[in-house]
Write a new protein. Sequence first.
Length: 189
Amino acid sequence: MSISVLVGDDAIKKSGTKLKDYKFSLDMRQTLGGDYVVYDHPDIDIVIMPKMKKIVAFPKDRISDLTYDTESRLFDYLTKKGIVARDSIQGGNVYASLQGLLEEPKAPAEGDAMDPIQPALFGIAKFIEEERPRFEYMKKMEEEEEDYFTEPTEDNSTGLGEVPHAREKGTIRPGIYYQSYMHNRYYRR
């Protein structure tokens, strides 16, 4: 399903003023109930609920401090842009989720009120665009860490070589058996 987002009103278009076209794509699905779910962010899923007029951010696979920080940054961004009411942000009824109500659009003098879903989609797309360098950096760091442990450099690795055998090695001596609440028993072989 394709959704086209139009920012601006017809009066501006008729006046001949050029509007800046902003194209974006989101990995988004519409549920059977009519909600829109955005899957682009690696930490959270963002759900726009038109019937309830709210936005909910759910954690993806793992819940961590990064998840809450990401949800907090999302709602800070949406409140600064005037999309979500600041006093409505709260924890959701699902563990580690945050939700906020969409601002009620001001009714223009000529007629119908603006649909708040299009600015919400636009705001989420801009947020994900701003976040993209952050999660690409995190992904690159995880890949480098994995490479560091799986493919060490010459300085960080040693050859296996021959290990000489000995009767006793390390701190565990053979023949001592530890039992709870008793003295150690030592058996000689």
